[in-house]
Structures are given as structure tokens and as C-alpha cells.
Design a protein around this ligand. Structure first.
Ligand code: NAD
Length: 243
């Protein structure tokens, strides 16, 4: 059956006021990524890394989803079971928009994880100070539920399953990612139809792999993307409209 896979990165949340990492003014202008987002940094300075993510979590509390998050939620309601949402983002804007079953490849800021038993639970926007106990096994090894550099990302199994499934009547829609972490261009080659939306061309992405590219804000691209998705899912697409 025809289906859609959305795959997003930090750019989809930029208009909601959450900094991307690599864009000018992004988080990496302020922080050295390997000092705050790596397994080594966490081993070296646990409190510093916990506090970095506490700040990111606090910042989420008043952020609202934008038209691009809402577009995906609306399409999921319109086409039940045919719109899969996968994101690299650790924010909760898809959940706030009403998206269902979002796969967070790199974890979620609003959850904590026990390093001993692996139990994951909701903590909302509260800080992790380092003295908490796991509600399941009671160990005092509680951390942010975010995948850092040089850590495993268990959800990649589901990502690769979804990418393999694209060959079978799938459309891939990539929004707001530089392609430095995930090989989105290779993924696009798996799909009969694909759309790329970023602010500007990216060195790491050969946009010729995509049927359509839109270099503009995600909120402005959203209605056009929704139109192409509806046509595709309703079987009204003509190849010339999508290439
Ligand atoms: P990135 O920072 O490397 O690249 C951002 C991309 O978004 C760029 O290609 C840029 O052109 C595009 N972009 C910026 N503003 C946009 C807009 N308004 N509309 C459309 N596109 C826009 O992001 P990445 O590829 O996602 O990699 C960063 C990593 O850091 C990810 O793995 C993610 O987990 C993490 N991260 C997450 C968040 C978040 O949860 N919101 C924020 C920062 C970083």
C-alpha cells in the first residue's frame, strides 16, 4: 500500500525557536559538541553534561509546534497507518502537535533512563540533578534519554526497516537536516518518490537523488508537501508532477 515516511532534523523545529546545531547562531557556536554531546564527555564530567541537557529540556517547556509539525499530525489523522514519522530531534514538538508513534532516533529530552536496568520514563521538563533513583530498580544512575556521539542508537533498526520498505510504494519526505548524521541521499534512492526541504543546499546531500527539492522554511514548504503527499496517497500523482 502507498505510504509516506517523514524523516526530520533540527531544521523542522528551528521556527519554533529551538536552535539547530550547525546553522549560524546554532548551539555549536556556543558549545564544543564533543564537550557536551559525547559518551566521553559524560564519563569525564557527568554534571556538566546533565546540566547541558537540563537547559535544553527547560527551554522546551514553552515551545510550540509549527506548521510543519502540524502538517504531519494532520496527514496521520487523514491517512491512518500510512504516515510514519521518524525524527532525529529530541524535542517534544511532534507530540505537542498530536503526531502518533513518532520514532525518536536520538532519544527524547522529556524522558530519563536508568543506566543500570535501562528503564525509561517521562520526566516532563524537570531537571536531572544526579541524585535521582530509578523507579524500577532503585539504582542511583539516572541520566538523560538522549543518544550522544559514540553511543548506540537502538532505534536505527526501525529506521533501516522503514527505508527498506520504501521501495514498495513508499514516498520519503526529508525536512530540516544537513545530512551529516544520516545518509538521507542514499535513503532517497530507495524510494520511488522523495521530497527534500532545507533552507539551502547542503554539501552532504546531492539533491539530484530527490524527486523534488524545496529550499525554503519548513512552515512555507508544509502546504506544498501536504499537497504532494495527498496526491501520492490518493493515487492521483503523475510522475511529471513529482520529478
Ligand atoms: P543540523 O543542525 O545539522 O542541520 C539543520 C538543517 O536544517 C540544515 O540543513 C538547514 O538548512 C535546515 N534548516 C534550518 N532552518 C530550517 C527551516 N526553518 N526550515 C527548513 N529547514 C531548515 O541538523 P540535523 O541534521 O538534524 O543534525 C543535528 C543533530 O542534533 C540531530 O541528530 C539532532 O538529534 C540533534 N538536534 C536536535 C534538535 C531538536 O531536537 N530540535 C536541535 C538541535 C540538534
Amino acid at each position: 500500500m502507498k505510504h509516506i515516511v517523514f524523516l526530520s532534523g533540527a531544521g523542522i523545529s528551528a521556527e519554533s525557536g529551538i536552535s539547530t546545531f550547525r546553522d549560524a547562531g546554532g548551539l555549536w557556536d556556543t558549545y564544543n559538541v564533543m564537550d557536551v554531546c559525547s559518551a566521553e564527555a559524560f564519563m569525564r564530567n557527568r554534571q556538566f553534561v546533565l546540566e547541558f541537557y537540563n537547559k535544553r529540556r527547560r527551554e522546551l517547556a514553552d515551545k510550540k509546534p509549527n506548521a510543519a509539525h502540524c502538517m504531519i499530525a494532520e496527514l496521520q489523522r487523514e491517512f491512518p497507518g500510512r504516515v510514519l514519522n521518524i525524527t532525529q530531534n529530541i524535542d517534544d514538538l511532534f507530540e505537542k502537535a498530536g503526531c502518533q508513534g513518532t520514532i525518536h532516533l536520538h532519544g527524547e529530552l522529556t524522558k530519563a533512563r536508568c543506566e543500570v536496568c535501562g528503564y525509561v520514563w517521562d520526566i516532563g521538563y524537570t531537571d536531572i540533578v544526579g541524585t535521582e533513583h530509578c523507579p524500577f530498580c532503585k539504582a542511583a544512575r539516572v541520566r538523560h534519554h538522549v543518544v550522544m556521539f559514540n553511543e548506540q542508537a537502538p532505534e536505527y533498526v526501525r529506521l533501516y526497516e522503514a527505508m527498506e520498505g520504501l521501495a514498495d510504494e513508499g514516498m520519503l519526505v526529508v525536512i530540516g537536516t544537513s545530512g551529516l548524521v544520516l545518509p538521507v541521499e542514499e535513503f532517497a534512492r530507495c524510494a520511488p518518490y522523495s521530497i527534500l526541504n532545507n533552507l539551502e543546499p547542503q554539501d552532504a546531500i546531492d539533491d539530484r537523488a530527490f524527486s523534488v527539492h524545496m529550499y525554503e522554511k519548513a512552515s512555507e514548504a508544509a502546504p506544498k508537501i501536504a499537497l504532494l503527499v495527498r496526491r501520492f496517497l490518493n493515487g492521483e500523482d503523475k510522475s511529471e508532477e513529482l520529478s
